[in-house]
Design a protein around this ligand. Structure first.
Ligand code: HEC
Length: 209
């Protein structure tokens, strides 16, 4: 006697299997999402990984690994005083490429100015000063669309932020008009950026071949 076995799964079986696959995939996708804690505001606009939907700016944690050094300012209180701070400025390589092409920073460009204490000594090169501990970070994010009207940390084409080393998650700037822009007026003609300190932005900047 020949017994026929059907190797075809039933339609309902297939449907059940398909829904299990879908559920497993959804759970897997959910698990792959970076965990969002209570203090991380939603960021789904696609504008910038450092800007939440409500305009809150966060300090780019990876700036030392994935940004490029734009330039450094060595700052002394007076001509005859030693350097007491170093201001190291970073941005992403794409922003430099765009600046060299268009002569301006592209929408979403991020500038990080890290302020460090400085040490100095006579080295074999001369009287030398160098960065030690980081004290604060100033961050600017280019916004050419005026995305956050009424937000006091956005205006004149940029988002403005300040983070301190003892709490790098908290933007302590409250109003760019009082906290930032008056000091940037001398650089107004260059879209508020002190570009003279960043020769890498010049189209003709020499690069090793
Ligand atoms: C006391 C004056 C002063 C204040 C206040 C100030 N800046 Fe600046 N900022 C400067 C100067 C001058 C430079 C460039 C030279 C330097 O750092 O010594 C600069 C550079 C920067 C840079 C690097 C890019 C550039 O423009 O060259 C960023 C980013 C920046 N500032 C952001 C801010 C933000 C954000 C605020 C407010 C939270 C702020 N600054 C407040 C004077 C100031």
């Amino acid at each position: 006697m020949i017994t026929k076995f059907s190797h075809r799964p039933s339609v309902t079986g297939l449907a059940a299997l398909a829904s299990i696959v879908v559920i497993v995939a959804m759970v897997a996708i959910e698990c792959l999402q970076p965990a969002r804690s209570e203090d991380t505001p939603a960021n789904t606009s696609g504008f910038s990984p450092y800007v939440a939907n409500d305009g809150a700016i966060s300090l780019p944690k990876d700036y030392r690994e994935s940004f490029v050094h734009l330039g450094t300012w060595a700052v002394a209180k007076d001509k005859d005083k030693p350097v007491f701070e170093m201001h190291n400025v970073y941005t992403k390589p794409e922003a430099i490429q765009a600046y060299r092409r268009d002569g301006k920073f592209p929408d979403g460009a991020v500038l990080v100015k890290e302020i460090t204490d400085a040490d100095a000594a006579k080295l074999t090169t001369g009287e030398s000063s160098w960065s030690t501990d980081t004290k604060v970070w100033f961050v600017m994010i280019k916004d050419s669309k005026g995305r956050f009207p009424g937000n006091h940390l956005w205006g004149d084409g940029w988002g403005w932020a300040l983070f301190k080393a003892d709490d790098p998650k908290k933007n302590v700037a409250t109003d760019f008009k009082t906290d930032c822009i008056t000091c940037h007026i001398p650089a107004k003609q260059d879209d508020w950026i002190y570009t003279r300190g960043y020769p890498i932005l010049k189209k003709t900047a020499a690069a090793p071949q």
